[in-house]
Design a protein around this ligand. Structure first.
Ligand SMILES: [Zn+2]
Length: 421
């Protein structure tokens, strides 16, 4: 099988190189905005051809000075991503593309061709990469680059510029996974509830001191924004506060990413068939809230931000599980979400009032009466649905031998009584 993977390294550009990267990043963003204006001019449903769009970009590069800092290849990639954003919207996977604002959007520059990059190892820890119009930039090679480099993307994060190498290699197809099957729910009480009760926890991403500091900074920035005169540029102090906030949020995001990778690897190692909820990510994550690393600054409700972070995290988790299970001979099955948290996994009935609290589920069907953890109940429903989908004729997964018979993990639980408090 062909494996494709991105590997990220931190770049250490000189101040001059950093300012060129900055210019390129803004040019790429500006080009996106120009393209968006041109595309949506005269109504959203105008669909210019790719050729027309390509021609418009070429013209713009001749006429607009600040666009020339962006290499032609990178400009082409902006067009590619822009048209893909519309395709995603038409297929119902995402919201329509919109303008990228200076503060909310993350700066991204693409280097689509790997042969231009010329990666050279300097020492055990350091290497260099050639970036078009920027020159030879050092990066910290904290690990080897796997496989062949086919391209790269430069991203600006809270702690500076990074390069993500797109790499590919061939490896033998894995033998079918022999592990058990499982259903996973995004729990309320636990981050990941597993149908076999093997829940996955994580600590808070920020230490108490850090969380306290973040809260203080956020209040500070809100206060300063309120007293700011309209139309005036942000003060130096306010900009500094923004940077400090971005730094702390970035730290939390990196710790979360680390946990995600470890957890998905463990899950893919253990289980042959993993059922997950198929969420409508587009409907859940409001792009106005920004990304996790660069959250929008006008986030009104903290709950909204948390929801956005969680759904973004869930999308990434499902994506990681997809390729990690495939590499190990396992399968991931996406199960439609409705009803999974309301239906009793033992008797299959949805009874009113069964969700006694966020964390507790008590089946009101007199013949059943299963009571227990609400997340566990949802995870078991997902497990059932996944096994059913996988064993259905024509699913391509049936007959793998790794599947448990339907209901394997759903032995009827003894009726439990609530302790009287
Ligand atoms: Zn029941």
């Amino acid at each position: 099988m062909e494996i494709q993977r991105g590997t990220k390294f931190r770049l250490y550009p000189t101040p001059e190189q950093a300012s060129i990267l900055e210019e390129q990043g803004h040019a790429a963003r500006g080009l996106w905005n120009l393209l968006h204006e041109w595309w949506t001019w005269g109504g959203r449903h105008r669909r210019p051809s790719l050729k027309q769009a390509d021609e418009a970009i070429r013209q713009a590069r001749k006429e607009i000075d600040w666009l020339t800092v962006l290499p032609a290849q990178a400009a082409q990639q902006v067009l590619k991503h822009y048209t893909r954003a519309w395709a995603n919207f038409w297929d119902g996977r995402a919201k329509p593309p919109r303008f990228k604002s200076r503060i909310r959007s993350r700066m991204v520059i693409d280097v689509p061709q790997g042969r231009d990059l010329d990666v050279t190892k300097l020492s055990r820890r350091w290497a260099t990469v050639k970036i078009p119009k920027v020159g030879v930039v050092r990066f910290r090679a904290h690990r080897a680059i796997p496989g062949r480099v086919t391209g790269a993307r430069l991203v600006n994060e809270a702690n500076g510029w990074h390069i993500v190498f797109r790499t590919t290699w061939e490896q033998p197809d894995p033998a079918p996974h022999a592990g058990p099957s499982v259903g996973i729910d995004r729990g309320i009480a636990v981050p990941l509830a597993l149908s076999d009760g093997n829940h996955q926890h994580h600590g808070p991403w920020l230490r108490p001191k850090e969380a306290e500091r973040l809260l203080r900074l956020e209040r500070q920035s809100a206060r300063r924004r309120r007293t700011r005169v309209r139309g005036e540029a942000d003060s130096k102090r306010l900009t500094r506060t923004y940077d400090q906030i971005a730094d702390l949020r970035g730290r939390a995001a990196r710790r979360r990413a680390d946990w995600q990778h470890q957890t998905t690897r463990r899950l893919a190692d253990t289980y042959s068939l993993i059922g997950v909820e198929d969420l409508n990510i587009a409907g859940m994550t409001r792009s106005a809230r920004g990304t996790v690393a660069h959250p929008g600054r006008n986030v009104r409700a903290k709950a909204g931000l948390n929801r956005a972070i969680q759904s973004e995290a869930w999308g990434q988790l499902a994506e990681q599980l997809t390729y990690k299970t495939a590499e190990r001979g396992g399968t991931i099955v996406r199960v439609p979400a409705p009803g999974t948290s309301l239906r009793c996994h033992v008797c299959g009935f949805i009874t009113p009032g069964s969700r006694e609290s966020q964390a507790r589920f008590v089946c009101k069907n007199p013949q059943c009466g299963w009571a227990g953890n609400a997340d566990l109940n949802a995870a078991r429903n997902i497990h059932h649905a996944a096994v059913r989908a996988a064993t259905a004729p024509g699913s391509g997964v049936a007959g793998r031998g790794a599947l448990q018979p339907l209901g394997g993990a759903t032995k009827r639980q003894p009726k439990r009584r609530e302790p009287v408090s």
